[in-house]
Design a binder for this molecule. Structure first.
Ligand SMILES: N[C@@H](CCC(=O)N[C@@H](CS)C(=O)NCC(=O)O)C(=O)O
Length: 253
């Protein structure tokens, strides 16, 4: 049975569009943007746990008013829960909530409180470095000559490679377990997006990454073997193509 329950999961709602009524108030509803890395975190958790839900895509550059009623910051992901339409925002908080509210489905966080805390610490440290550099990343994506800004991106990648190598040691996944855990699903969308930048910049990924970014490279090869990642995340080449297309529209090449 598909876990995305709506008939038109690809529709994108924009300003002025009427609010799509909830057909079943007991079904979770995720307000989503298809290319948002933070929404992808939540979609990974929903898929890994097999939680049925509805997806409502919104256009972030032209947001429907009813998104702002649910999250005044206008950001996605937003999760709407139950007949009282309880709202949760922030991808990590939503993900932890889903893991705890559905304990009968596969647990994604370690049972041990200390391990759970260190996983959370890792997610926070990783996300903080990423968020602090988000402007650099966004500017890079809209810079015509990416080579000029490559040093800035390499700095971000090097910092994240260091954090990942310290946490992951020799394990396949961040938890060290045989399958990805919540921490993996929180950092993976960010890592996947960063490796896309390597290709967009015209760098030789297979030459550069094993030598200078070995932890990121190894992890980047490992995670797509996970069936949940295969279900939820667009493959690398498709993501590179989407960005190339966006850039060709900006620079009319
Ligand atoms: N810290 C938030 C970040 C969410 C976020 O930045 N979402 C972006 C899309 S990737 C967004 O909604 N941007 C719209 C806006 O800022 O107006 C989380 O983890 O959920």
């Amino acid at each position: 049975m598909p876990i995305v329950a709506n008939d038109n999961p690809d529709k994108v709602y924009k300003k002025g569009d009427p609010f799509p009524a909830r057909a079943d108030p007991n079904l979770l509803r995720l307000y989503n943007s298809p290319h948002c890395r933070f929404c992808e975190r939540v979609r990974l958790v929903l898929a890994a746990k097999g939680i049925e839900h509805e997806v409502i895509n919104v256009k972030l550059k032209d947001k429907p008013e009813w998104l702002l009623d649910r999250n005044p910051s206008g950001k996605v992901p937003v999760l709407e829960i139950g007949p009282d339409s309880q709202i949760l925002t922030e991808s990590l908080i939503i993900s932890e909530y889903l893991d705890e509210a559905y304990p009968d489905k596969q647990r994604l966080q370690p049972e041990d409180a200390f391990q759970r805390a260190t996983d959370r610490l890792f997610i926070e440290i990783f996300s903080e470095i990423f968020s602090a550099k988000e402007t650099v990343i966004k500017q890079f994506l809209v810079t015509e000559n990416m080579a000029d800004k490559w040093t800035d991106i390499m700095e971000v990648l090097t910092a994240l490679n260091k954090v990942l190598s310290q946490r992951r040691w020799i394990h396949k996944f961040i938890s060290g377990a045989e399958q990805p855990c919540l921490a993996d699903y929180m950092v993976w969308p960010l890592i996947q997006g960063l490796v896309v930048l390597v290709d967009l910049a015209g760098q030789d990924r297979e030459e550069l990454m094993p030598k200078w970014l070995p932890a990121l490279y190894d992890y980047w090869r490992q995670m797509p073997t996970d069936p949940t990642v295969q279900k939820v995340c667009q493959p690398h080449e498709a993501q590179v193509a989407v960005h190339r297309d966006m850039r060709s529209k900006i620079f009319k090449k």
